[in-house]
Design a protein around this ligand. Sequence first.
Ligand SMILES: Nc1ncnc2c1ncn2[C@@H]1O[C@H](COP(=O)(O)OP(=O)(O)OP(=O)(O)O)[C@@H](O)[C@H]1O
Length: 694
Amino acid sequence: MTSLDHELSHALGEERAYHDSCRTALKGMIDGAGERVATGADVSASGADAEVLGYQFRSHAKELAELPEGPLFFGRLDFGTEDGAGDDGAGDLGAGDHAGQSYHIGRIRVSEHPASPPLVIDWRAPVSRAFYQARAADPQGVAVRRRFGWAPWSKGQPEDLTGLEDEVLRRAGPPGTVRADAAPGAILAGEIERPRVGPMRDIVATIQPEQDDLVRDEVAVSVCVQGAPGTGKTAVGLHRAAYLLYTHPDRIKRGGLLILGPNRTFLSYIAEVLPSLGETGVRQSTIEDEVARHPVRAEDDAAAALVKHDVRMAAVLRRALYGRVRNPVGPLEVPDGSYRWRVPAEELARIVADVREEAPPYAIGRERVRTRAVRLIQRQAERRAGVTNNAWLQKISRARPVSAFVNEVWPKVSPEEVVAELLSDPAGPADGILDADELRALTWSRRRSARTAPWSAADLLLLDEVAGLLERQESYGHVVVDEAQDLSPMQCRAIARRAGFGSLTVLGDLAQGTTPWAARAWREHLAHLGAPDAPVAQLTVGFRVPGAIVALTNRLLGTLGVDVAPATSLRADGDLRIEKVRDAAGMGAAVVDAVRAALPYEGSVAVIAADSDMARLREALTGAGLAPASPGELGARVTLLPASLAKGLEYDHVVAVEPATIAAAEGRGAHRLYVVLTRAVSRLHVLHSAELPF
Ligand SMILES: Nc1ncnc2c1ncn2[C@@H]1O[C@H](COP(=O)(O)OP(=O)(O)OP(=O)(O)O)[C@@H](O)[C@H]1O
């Protein structure tokens, strides 16, 4: 055994013992939280306090009990001493309060007692930042950064520390520093290149500096991340969510945090990441689910959908709603005992005009009109009969003539009524906004009522827009929007309403825009999202797609007509194979062969093809005894996936079938193909009988 081996095995032994003590402390934390739940109600003074305290104890105990298993730390920071022991002459080390300290960094804080110094520091704590940001040119006080390598762990088994890697940020580290047992970055490289099966995992141990900057950006600031495929946009968004929950618990938890993804398959793929970081109370949803006031029972043709997703519909809907507001036709007369109060029509008209001008939400406007009319009556009454009281005010406010007046000038209306009437006959509100073809596309084939209309997915957006005009939407504290390039302006507006008082993290890639209304530039899109000034950061270093495949997809990128930087790859491994199949009839057999050839490798295999090819390929694979799983079945060895569902997902081995058919299937087919080809973590096998479109 060399002295280096000896040092390493000694260090490993020490760290294993330290992990054991952390495990014991965590057990103490869980038991302690459980005990407090049991005794909490007794020790507290009043019933109400007991309830609040009990709730807090229960939530904390539940959070701890739900913590996923696994190693309790992934890194360690050794800060240098201010007096420069071991200093290389770099001057002020900037270690500050941490000089000479050593901290283990993990997913959550672990301590023996709430008041005692932590054994493990939460990765989101300010001091942990140096773990992600320190580098030789700017050590931030750190002498040594240690990364730990753990064997894959399974439920109920003790964690197994297999390696550690020290990065000495100052030439001479403190005594006892272990030099890496592997090349620098081997643990990071291993993490990036590991096979993928099952749901997405957190990247907390290996967040890169430019990702960390985005994760820790100010809560009040909305940010947009434009990133090539596999650059970690989704990962950044999820870690930012966890960071904000930790750093601003009151502000974010009060409003809540919403994560929006493109579809449920994607949501189930990312569902485990936040719980693995100890955060369970986050809503993960799609914009379709957020606006689902009714089930979708109708389908729009392409032309109708295009109009309904267009931002001009916001103006049409506003007109349709406010077209109901009228000038009073006569005075308001309210009998009151022996009196009869009278407000002339001109004064009423002024009230209506003023409230319109103030532009509150429609429902508030209605009450404002009522209140102001009643106030005029009150003034008359006080002049005549002295002071009025609350009961009198209530009586007058609800008096039949007052309600009749309000209903006449500012009628009560539901979103369903507004939209059903508009789609039955949009000519008036759309006049000068939509052209004749658009009007035709928008109009229902026959008049329908608000109660019986079958709503399409896009109609639900129109309803949501009107609901937002009627009443202010409750706002989340923060909203993370993934695959944001695909949203329509009307969807963006629905999201903006949900982040009215909060901030946004907008993630996307203009090159992966596949919807007919996908964004071509961020600035306008961000304005629809209510964050016109959000800075746009670019991520270009890919963690997923290997270099050979990126070279191919960058060629395709050049044809997509979007202004985004080409991707690079951190991965030197990986394999690209392009195979010509003699004719389309032989494609099923070729796909079966390709899957068989992929199975000896570790990891997941996905066959991705045009949606229209699904049935044929499922039959071929099942017939060959390779029955494929469906997209939502995570952890499967072989999945058959329509191109339309591939976005955001990744597989070790991708068999991409007939690119020409994928590209020809829709208006933005070339973008769809770009998405499909960038799903591969290790190997991409392209099968084609038709000419390749790149
Ligand atoms: N710092 C990192 N360390 C290790 N793995 C990382 C890191 N950043 C990202 N990854 C991994 O790279 C893969 C791609 O990340 P992610 O899905 O977040 O990228 P994306 O930009 O959202 O991709 P797409 O545009 O295709 O949706 C994931 O497996 C993720 O865990």
